[in-house]
Design a protein around this ligand. Structure first.
Ligand code: NAD
Length: 278
């Protein structure tokens, strides 16, 4: 069994971004990311802190806008409009979820697709679905990097994605299609889920249910990618895959933590560095 090391691969990507940003700086071009955080959700504050740290590491300038929980939607939209028009800002990220009085869709739609480093804008989603160049959502794009950099073949392989969310499952399936896999998307209404999963050469779990995928879902030798993150009692992390049960059946597998998790921020940095070239 090959353990797919997301920690090492994400570090490699951050180092590549660091080199690229340094080269750009030498040519007089700076990369900057604006991060908007509304309210004081502790998990969001941790995510934003990690993004800032990754910016510091890679040499990307970050500007942070921390707004109170009762900020109006108009105020957030006005800030996005200002950032859209600023030439010294290449990427805009709004940390989700937003407080109730703010419509997430309106906020995502307001970000210029040329600065949409999270890849959530409908234009970015459309570009992905018709195979045009555009920003890719960071978590599924990170899964593609894990698969490619681990030397796992995708062409003609059967890939089963469990989950059809807009953030992970759907774009994941589109990206695997782009890698010439034969793709099946499963979801909460799928019949014979186990049978379908058992036919996968590459099984990607983005289902949001702790340890749901055990060895009865996995074909001998399959590559298993676990997107799930759950904090168990006692604070231990686990994924959607029962790692200990599956590891002896899988040909390759991502652990949790240290698999897909660290890839998301690395891909955000990559998107920021590439935004200048867009
Ligand atoms: P979601 O809840 O939006 O979507 C879950 C999907 O799974 C849905 O499409 C649903 O149809 C499907 N599903 C639910 N129960 C099912 C069942 N019993 N059988 C088959 N399908 C079922 O979740 P999401 O935002 O896509 O996230 C999925 C997981 O990935 C979560 O654990 C989340 O924490 C994690 N996640 C990790 C990262 C990261 O950076 N690594 C990023 C985003 C999400």
């Amino acid at each position: 069994m090959k353990l797919i090391d997301g920690k090492a691969i994400s570090q490699q990507i951050k180092d590549e971004v660091k080199d690229k940003v340094a080269k750009m700086k030498a040519e007089g071009k700076e990369v900057a990311l604006a991060v908007i955080l509304v309210g004081d959700d502790p998990a969001s504050a941790v995510y934003v802190g990690n993004k800032k740290k990754a910016c510091e590491y890679t040499g990307i300038r970050s500007e942070s806008y921390e707004l109170p929980a009762d900020t109006s939607q108009e105020k957030v939209l006005a800030l996005i409009d200002e950032l859209n028009n600023r030439e010294d800002i290449q990427g805009i990220l709004v940390q989700l979820p937003l407080p109730k009085q703010i419509d997430e869709k309106a906020v995502i739609d307001a970000i210029s697709p040329d600065k949409d480093v999270d890849g959530f804008h409908p234009v970015s989603v459309g570009r992905l679905s018709i195979g045009e160049k555009g920003f890719l959502p960071c978590t599924p794009a990170g899964v593609i990097e894990l698969i490619k950099r681990s030397g796992i073949e995708t062409e003609g392989k059967h890939c089963v994605v469990i989950g059809r969310s807009n953030i992970v499952g759907k774009p994941m399936a589109l990206l695997m299609l782009r890698e010439n896999a034969t793709v099946t998307i499963c979801h909460s209404r799928t019949k014979d889920l186990k049978e379908i999963c058992k036919s996968a050469d590459i099984l990607i779990a983005a289902v949001g249910k702790p340890k749901m995928v055990d060895r009865s879902y996995v074909k001998e030798g399959a590559c298993v990618i676990d997107v799930g993150i759950h904090r168990l009692e006692g604070k231990k992390l686990c994924g959607d895959v029962d790692f200990d049960d599956v590891k002896d059946v899988a040909g390759a597998i991502t652990p949790v933590p240290g698999g897909v998790g660290p890839m998301t921020i690395a891909m955000l940095m990559k998107n920021c560095a590439e935004s200048l070239e867009a």
